[in-house]
Structures are given as structure tokens and as C-alpha cells.
Design a binder for this molecule. Structure first.
Ligand code: ZN
Length: 203
């Protein structure tokens, strides 16, 4: 078993501060998966672990598909490890689409891969695009689970914010179940500091 939290910490990908998330909520922690994946050897090792648990559960797919941009490296490495094709969806004017000549044949089995699953919103949008093409969603996967959705092999119930369908398995290597706050209830705001967007201060 791998210690995902340790890998994130050692890569400088588990940031501590006062963050403004894209959901407008505040958090003391932020996961910067790109920092973990900047070392291709780590990316490949994590993908191999993920592939192992997917295969162990008898899941077979024809294609791995990731929503751009966050999921692309994790998805590509997972596809390599599973020995299947990799494609990605991307937003055009806010709408998730399949471009660049990528195709899914009817009844092909597809796994949707992200770097991190929070509520699973983008993963679900990518899944809808695949289904419109006639593809079948076999599983979801991510390196890390934020603890809102339930991953295979754990007993914790998914929270109501989870958007992933409950009848399709979701694989991840670990959970990062840290708290997020509404701005008016944020303890760090109460202490007088202000939240900042990850990426805006060299992170
Ligand atoms: Zn705050």
C-alpha cells in the first residue's frame, strides 16, 4: 500500500494556508496534484497502483478518458498502465466536449479519470459526453479522493454533495477529508487573515 498523504507532502503538493477554493469556500489545506505529477516516475508509480486495484476488481475498459486539464496526466498514465487508449474532453464556452478527432464506438467501455475527485462534477460531465457517443461508463478513478464521494474498498458513506453515480465503482489511492468553510464561518477569516486563490502566490 502506498501512503498518498506522505507522497503529496514530500512533493510539496499538500499546501497549508488560507485558501479560496473554486467553490468559493475557504480551506486550511489545498492539494496541488500537478506537483506530485511533475515527477514522471511518481506519476507512473501511482498509476500502476491505481491500475492494480481496478484490475483486481475485475474492471476491464477499452478507453480512459479525462476531463482537461487537471485529469490529463493521471489519466494518460493510467491508460498506459492498463494498456488502453487515452482521450480527453475539454470545455468549449463552458460546455464539456470531445474534440481533436477523439471517438468512442458504441458499447465501448470507458473509465473516467481525474487527478482529484471532490464532488465529481467535471468527471460526471465527461461521462455524459461519452454516453452521448454511445460509450459505457465502467468506472471512475482519481489519484486522490477529497472524502465527499465514496471510493471502492472504504465503508464511509458518500456525502450529499457527491455527484458520481452510486452504481458505478470509483477507485482512488487515498482520502483527504479536510474541512472546508463558508466564508462567513471560516475560523481563519475570524482570526483576521484573508483567503487567497491557490496559484496566485507562486503555488
Ligand atoms: Zn477564510
Amino acid at each position: 500500500m502506498i501512503d498518498l498523504e506522505d507522497i503529496y507532502r514530500k512533493s510539496g503538493a499538500y499546501l497549508k494556508g488560507h485558501f479560496l477554493l473554486s467553490s468559493k469556500k475557504h480551506s486550511r489545506y489545498y492539494l496541488q496534484s500537478a506537483k506530485v505529477l511533475e515527477d514522471p516516475r511518481v506519476a507512473s508509480m501511482l498509476a500502476d497502483e491505481l491500475a492494480k486495484s481496478i484490475k483486481k476488481n475485475g474492471i476491464k475498459v477499452d478507453i480512459v478518458c479525462s476531463p482537461a486539464l487537471g485529469g490529463i496526466i493521471a489519466g494518460y498514465e493510467l491508460a498506459r498502465s492498463l494498456g488502453v487508449k487515452f482521450i480527453f474532453t475539454e470545455r468549449v464556452g463552458g460546455k464539456m466536449t470531445l474534440r481533436r478527432g477523439f471517438e468512442v464506438q458504441k458499447q465501448q467501455s470507458v473509465l473516467i479519470c481525474e487527478d482529484i475527485i471532490t464532488t465529481g462534477g467535471s468527471a460526471l460531465e465527461a461521462a455524459e459526453v461519452i454516453k452521448e457517443q454511445g460509450g459505457k461508463i465502467e468506472a471512475f478513478a482519481a489519484l486522490a479522493n477529497r472524502g465527499i464521494c465514496k471510493r471502492e474498498g472504504t465503508s464511509k458513506k458518500p456525502k450529499k454533495e457527491c455527484k458520481l453515480p452510486q452504481d458505478i465503482p470509483f477507485f482512488a489511492l487515498g482520502d483527504f477529508d479536510f474541512e472546508i468553510y463558508d466564508p462567513n464561518e471560516c475560523p481563519m477569516c475570524k482570526d483576521g487573515s484573508s483567503a487567497y486563490k491557490p496559484g496566485s502566490r507562486n503555488n
